[in-house]
Design a protein around this ligand. Structure first.
Ligand SMILES: C[S@@+](CC[C@H](N)C(=O)[O-])C[C@H]1O[C@@H](n2cnc3c(N)ncnc32)[C@H](O)[C@@H]1O
Length: 416
């Protein structure tokens, strides 16, 4: 690695105590997300405009947004359909704001009209078909998304039996109505905005007000409380619009399309991974052993969107390192083995010269086994470790994550 790059990396304060980029990434809460400036610093050091950045454990698209703001394109992959849906919506909203601001206003207005109508029994009327088609066409050119969770969930019904113990009766009725109106919306993108919204507000509208860990562990609320669905929906929409409106149209966006590929994919079971482009930069934070239940944390959102308990359990079982698996004595070794196999596949689709940056958990509870095994896999495939740095996680983030992890290690490998 060139000396000036090492100097640049050494001058970064990797703790990122203040981060002005958090704005656009707050569209959907998700445990264990990147501080956006972290992938941002790596992208700036190791890529140039139009390059494609891969995040193989992309979560809700923090890396994809950091790439977009810097004129890079991205590939964001995750096994969690809600994470992919939120990535699709977030990158779509920012791209449309930057390139077609009038369509951005229109998308927000259309979503707002659905929220305004949920209190009344009248049939909703939608906006101009032509403009909605134009919006969807634009989104199709900027994002290549294989999941279409919005439509797939839409074909199923909300899992009412699973939802009843969590919500006041009226709250659940209106929440399902809101979800159904967005499922029926003629624009796929407005539908995706709406389902991302429903998914994002599902937890605050439930009667279980404690952390996501209580929902993941199936700790039901003691009593059911009615909440204001319309207000939560409007607040989400206004907050989202305000955050994204801060970005000026025609910013530093790549002229090449698509700007982002979003792929719903399980690294451990997909037979052959073919990606449309070969990235030269990978930036990721894999799941940490026994730390977070990404699927179970979103249990209520899954039920609302249309997945039943079996589907939720199936997704949880394929999630590497899921916190639920920590009772198994072998769980650290299994997690580390899964991570090594996933990483082998991830680097096989990259093209040298290339750089791969991983943010790994610190030593607690023997999780450093992941780092040791990762280094062996990378070395065996001709990658050299060039940079290694410890960082502290801000306490507020550590608490949100319901984990004991307070420190992480950034590892940057290079293949020439
Ligand atoms: C630490 S999170 C990444 C969060 C991301 N950096 C962000 O800021 O949103 C790890 C992600 O790995 C995903 N994951 C776990 N097992 C996976 C698998 N087998 N295949 C693909 N993704 C997986 C989880 O769903 C989770 O979103």
């Amino acid at each position: 690695m060139k000396t000036y790059l090492k100097r640049q990396l050494n001058s970064v304060d990797w703790d990122f105590v203040t981060d002005s980029e958090s704005q656009a990434s707050g569209l959907h809460w998700y445990p264990g997300t990147f501080v956006p400036a972290l992938p941002g610093a790596i992208i700036e050091a190791f890529s140039t405009p139009d390059d494609v950045v891969l995040d193989p454990f992309g979560g809700v698209g923090t890396t994809a947004l950091a790439a977009l703001f810097r004129g890079r394109r991205s590939i964001s992959i995750d096994v969690n359909p809600i994470a992919c849906l939120a990535t699709f919506t977030g990158v779509g909203l920012v791209a449309v704001r930057l390139l077609e601001p009038r369509l951005f206003d229109y998308a927000i207005q259309e979503a707002g009209a659905v929220c305004a109508g949920i209190g009344s029994q009248k049939t909703l009327s939608f906006g101009s078909r032509d403009r909605l088609r134009k919006l969807d066409k634009f989104i199709e050119t900027v994002i290549d998304y294989n999941g279409d969770a919005a439509r797939r969930f839409g074909e199923a019904r909300p899992a009412r039996t699973e939802l009843l113990p969590w919500y006041g009766k009226q709250t659940l009725r209106l929440l399902i109505r809101l979800r159904n109106q967005f499922v029926r919306h003629p624009s796929q993108f407005v539908g995706a905005i709406g389902l991302t919204m429903v998914s994002s507000i599902a937890r605050q509208l439930s009667s279980q007000t404690k952390s996501w860990g209580h929902i993941a562990d199936n700790v039901l609320p003691h009593e059911l409380v009615e909440k204001d669905v319309q207000r939560a929906a409007n607040d989400w929409l206004q907050r989202t619009a305000k955050r994204i409106e801060r970005y000026e149209p025609l910013g530093n966006v790549s002229a090449m399309k698509p700007l982002c590929y979003v792929r719903e994919l399980d690294w451990l079971s997909a037979d052959e991974i073919t990606l449309p482009e070969h990235p030269r930069l990978l930036v990721t934070s894999p799941p940490y052993a026994g730390a977070i239940d990404y699927t179970l944390a979103q249990r209520l959102s899954f039920y609302l969107l249309g997945a039943n308990d079996d589907e939720v359990k199936r997704l949880c079982s394929i999630e590497s390192g899921a916190r639920r698996k920590r009772f198994n004595k072998q769980h650290i070794a299994e997690w580390s083995g899964e991570l090594s196999r996933s990483v082998e596949r991830q680097i096989s689709i990259m093209e040298a010269p290339a750089v791969a940056a991983f943010v790994m958990p610190h030593k607690d509870h023997g999780r450093d086994r992941g780092e040791t095994d990762l280094k062996s896999v990378m070395t065996a495939h001709g990658w050299k470790i060039e940079f290694e740095k410890h960082r502290s996680i801000r306490q507020v983030r550590a608490r949100q994550s319901w984990t004991s992890i307070k420190r992480e290690t950034i590892l940057i490998f290079e293949k020439t």
